[in-house]
Design a protein around this ligand. Structure first.
Ligand SMILES: *[C@@H]1O[C@H](CO)[C@@H](O)[C@H](O)[C@H]1NC(C)=O
Ligand SMILES: *[C@@H]1O[C@H](CO)[C@@H](O)[C@H](O)[C@H]1NC(C)=O
Length: 340
């Protein structure tokens, strides 16, 4: 609870610069390192060495442009990447977009061996040793296609049950598809659906390799939480498989803080609603958009946090807010963060 109040206080401090901290209540703040404020430019995070380290820690898929601002090709790729962010949806969980100015960040240039900027690299699960290079893609829609393909290719292929057991035990949530044949239609559907959910780890396994261990005989998805089977769903009806699979996955996105922004909402709800909150004009549409998603997820209780992403303490607000949510997990709240 204390964390929640702290997150709210931080929001307050964004609105009015004179917000004071409560006396003698700062111990747990000291324990937690304050996150860096990472500036944004054209929808991309401007990453320094420390910023890159922080974002690698927080983002499953981090797409980074190493660029030279004096080159036209660099600037144009930065602009296309910015458009790609809009297509994917700003603030989508599990994926981040950044740029590194290699003229300034010489050490990063050296570490990632950037020979001919612009170079685009995709980092997966914080691993800075082996980023995937994106070559020859220069247009926003094509960048998104490339990114989605990478996401679906990062599905873990399991061949024996011990691998599965270890993998699911080490992670809070894993969704695994068990199929008769990994190239059949329903498996293809699985790969196709998961490319839109970079925030969750997925796996696939042949049913014959599971040798009865998870009691799967028909094509199914199983959701594992901390190593235990949380739920299972058979995928046996071609006309409903896609819907069912989407539902299974979406049900497990509730632990995330979802960000909204004015453009996305306004596109979805032109001219709707007047919930105006004094002085914060755009929030009305944000609320509507969030509400819609909440209905889609069938969640009764939810909490909205409004904060500005350009505020210096945004990072700290998010950190406290997310920590606070952990305390409420499965109890009360579903939280949506709106920024503008
Ligand atoms: C991120 O940093 C935290 C705290 O420094 C650490 O506990 C955690 O393991 C890191 N996560 C990743 C994916 O590197
Ligand atoms: C598959 O789902 C559709 C739509 O719900 C339904 O009409 C049909 O009977 C189902 N088929 C089977 C074999 O269950």
């Amino acid at each position: 609870m204390a964390l929640l109040w702290r997150a709210l206080l931080l929001v307050g401090s964004c609105v009015s610069a004179v917000q004071a901290w409560p006396e003698g209540d700062s111990e747990d703040v000291d324990v937690m390192p304050q996150p860096l404020h990472i500036p944004q430019e054209g929808h991309l995070m401007v990453l320094s060495a420390a910023g890159l380290t922080q974002m690698l820690n927080q983002t499953r898929f981090l797409l980074v442009l190493f660029y030279d601002p004096s080159s036209k090709r660099s600037r144009s790729l930065a602009a296309e990447l910015g458009k790609a962010v809009e297509i994917v949806g700003k603030g989508k969980n599990g994926v981040g977009f950044g740029k590194v100015d290699i003229v300034v960040e010489k050490e990063l240039r050296q570490e990632f061996d950037v020979q001919k900027p612009p170079e685009l690299k995709l980092f997966f699960e914080g691993n800075r040793l082996a980023p995937i290079s994106c070559k020859g893609v220069v247009e926003s829609a094509a960048l998104v296609v490339w990114l989605r393909r990478q996401i679906s290719e990062k599905v873990f292929l399991f061949t024996d049950i011990h691998q599965v057991a270890e993998f699911v035990k080490a992670r809070p949530l894993v969704i695994i598809g068990f199929f008769q044949d990994l190239e059949e239609e329903v498996a293809e559907l699985f790969y196709d659906v998961i490319k839109d959910f970079p925030e969750l780890p997925f796996g696939v396994m042949l049913i014959s390799n599971a040798i009865g261990r998870f009691h799967v005989t028909l094509d199914s998805v199983l959701v594992f939480k901390k190593g235990r089977i949380e739920s299972r769903q058979e995928l046996i009806n071609d006309s409903t498989n896609k819907l069912v699979l989407n539902q299974v996955i979406r049900q497990h996105l509730t632990g995330f803080v979802i960000e909204y922004n004015a453009e996305v909402s306004e596109r979805s709800f032109p001219g709707e609603g007047q919930l105006g909150i004094c002085g914060w004009g755009v929030t009305r549409v944000l609320v509507l958009q969030s509400k819609d998603l909440i209905y889609e997820l069938h969640i009764r209780n939810h909490m909205l946090l409004f904060a500005s992403k350009s505020c210096k303490s945004f990072g700290a607000i998010m950190q406290h807010y997310k920590l606070a949510l952990k305390e409420f997990h499965n109890k009360l709240t579903y939280a949506v963060l709106c920024f503008f």
